[in-house]
Write a new protein. Sequence first.
Length: 57
Amino acid sequence: MYDDIAIRVRGLGKKYKIGGPQEKYLTLRDAIVNSVKAPFNRAPPSEDFWALKGCVI
């Protein structure tokens, strides 16, 4: 039955982060301003979303 299988995968997973701070291109000015603002900013909470988790293919 399994003689024709070329590849078998077990425990396949793909996780995405939903929410949280977004990464973007920063200039030196942006980096300095963000470091000064950092103590006052609160990032929204992030959540993990598993599109695949422990799949067998």
